[in-house]
Design a protein around this ligand. Structure first.
Ligand code: PMP
Length: 397
């Protein structure tokens, strides 16, 4: 397998944290940051710093332009319009926002269809906000079983909330079909795009979903910021979630009125520096191009799966065409032990339940080992992983 599309060695040089030959295979947890993002945040925090939206002085006006430019960049990156993009702290907060603020349509229950593979952040908010939760099973190779979803959906459901790409299995959702199924019973589709946005071209209009959420830190941007995209009429119908500055129209003790979306959902001074970093991350990823990143990661997954499959008593989870993520278990070795030994070899993988305990239960394991790739990953990272696993095998006999 040749990795013709990207030259990871050159791209690695953009990432100061990868200097020195660290084999970072935990990009699904959080991506390393390119110098362009670091520079943008340093400048926003230093040279250019000022508040946004309220300042009458030039630097604040410039900061506001830069901050709002990120909203436009995010919108065009995922195919929406800028007034449909709400900045949140991340995907977790975005899902909480929808779970709490979703207006119950007349005659409909707060009933949501989730799937077995969801991240806890797409399970617990619905539980906390009092939704009745139904759980769609998976196919044998670990994809959300949309035939089962079709049988399970009823006119009582007002929401379907599925991951676009599983953070454990890398399995990909047919979003278009999921949207059609949800809409056929009058429900809406929320897509958790955390693991998709960094590795697949996303166009919310073509996908037909109603809500799309993601976190910047998995897209090579800063922590502390992410986005909720929702169709304009859905945001219009949603009451405010948190109260405070910036989300109002007029405030009096008798009656307070609210700003239109997206400001209605952005109470308080926002994550200004992080938003500018997110804009730089979108620019960086867009310049390389999602089709190239996707092809690159697909080649890495194919190579990693083929090499892992040759190792004795190693079980691979997830479908052949998993997006950027490979989960596995080594018989007789706890994933944490494997992770520790690999760390000694300069290889960083994830070991644990990956915030997907229902999926672990479904797979019948307490934890898995997970290698996940990014645009900077290369064949050398896979070779180091395989060497480390072979050493672990020798240690455990
Ligand atoms: N959904 C998926 C599929 C994820 O991988 C993650 C992060 N691991 C989240 C949601 C939550 O993202 P965050 O913690 O950045 O809000």
């Amino acid at each position: 397998m040749t990795l013709a599309t990207l030259t990871p060695a050159a791209l690695k040089a953009d990432f100061p944290s990868l200097a020195g030959g660290w084999h970072y295979l935990d990009t699904a947890a959080t991506a390393q940051k390119p110098q362009a993002v670091i520079d943008a945040t340093v400048n926003a925090m230093g040279r250019d710093y000022a508040t946004v939206h309220r300042g009458v002085y030039a630097r604040s006006a410039e900061m506001t332009l830069a901050y709002e430019a990120t909203r436009r960049k995010v919108a065009s990156f995922i195919g929406g319009s800028e007034d449909e993009v709400v900045f949140t702290r991340g995907a977790t907060e975005a899902i909480n926002l929808v779970a709490y603020s979703h207006p119950s349509a007349a005659g409909r229950r707060r009933r949501v269809l989730l799937s077995v593979l969801e991240h806890h952040s797409n399970i617990v908010p619905w539980q906390l906000a009092g939704w009745q939760v139904d759980v769609c099973p998976l196919t044998a190779d670990g994809c959300i079983d949309l035939d089962a979803a079709e049988r399970m959906l009823t006119p009582e459901h007002s929401m379907v909330a599925f991951a676009h790409v599983s953070n454990v299995l890398g399995s990909q959702l047919d979003v278009r079909r999921a949207a059609d199924l949800a809409h056929s019973v009058g429900a809406q589709l929320l897509v958790d795009g955390c693991q998709a946005v960094p590795r697949l071209p996303v166009d919310v209009a073509a996908l037909g979903c109603d809500y799309y959420v993601f976190s910047a830190h998995k897209l090579y941007g800063p922590t502390g910021i992410g986005a909720l995209w929702a169709r304009a009429e859905l945001l219009d119908a949603m009451p405010p979630w948190q109260g405070g500055g910036s989300m109002i129209d007029q405030v009096s003790f008798a009656r307070t009125t609210y700003a239109p979306p997206p400001q209605r959902f952005e109470a308080g001074t926002p994550a200004i520096v992080e938003a500018i970093g997110l804009g730089a991350a979108v620019d960086y990823v867009s310049a390389i191009g999602l089709p190239a990143i996707h092809a690159h990661e697909a080649a890495l997954v194919a190579q990693a799966r083929a090499e892992l499959a040759r190792i004795n008593s190693l079980t691979l989870f997830g479908p052949e065409d998993s997006a950027g993520i490979v989960s596995f278990a080594l018989e007789g070795v706890h994933p944490h032990d494997l992770g520790t030994i690999l760390d000694e070899e300069g290889v960083a993988i994830r070991a644990g339940h990956h915030c997907a305990q229902p999926l672990m239960e479904h797979l019948g394991v307490p934890a898995t080992a997970r290698a996940s790739f990014g645009l900077y990953s290369g064949e050398d990272d896979i070779a180091a992983l395989i060497r480390g696993i072979e050493r672990t095998r020798r240690i455990f006999g």
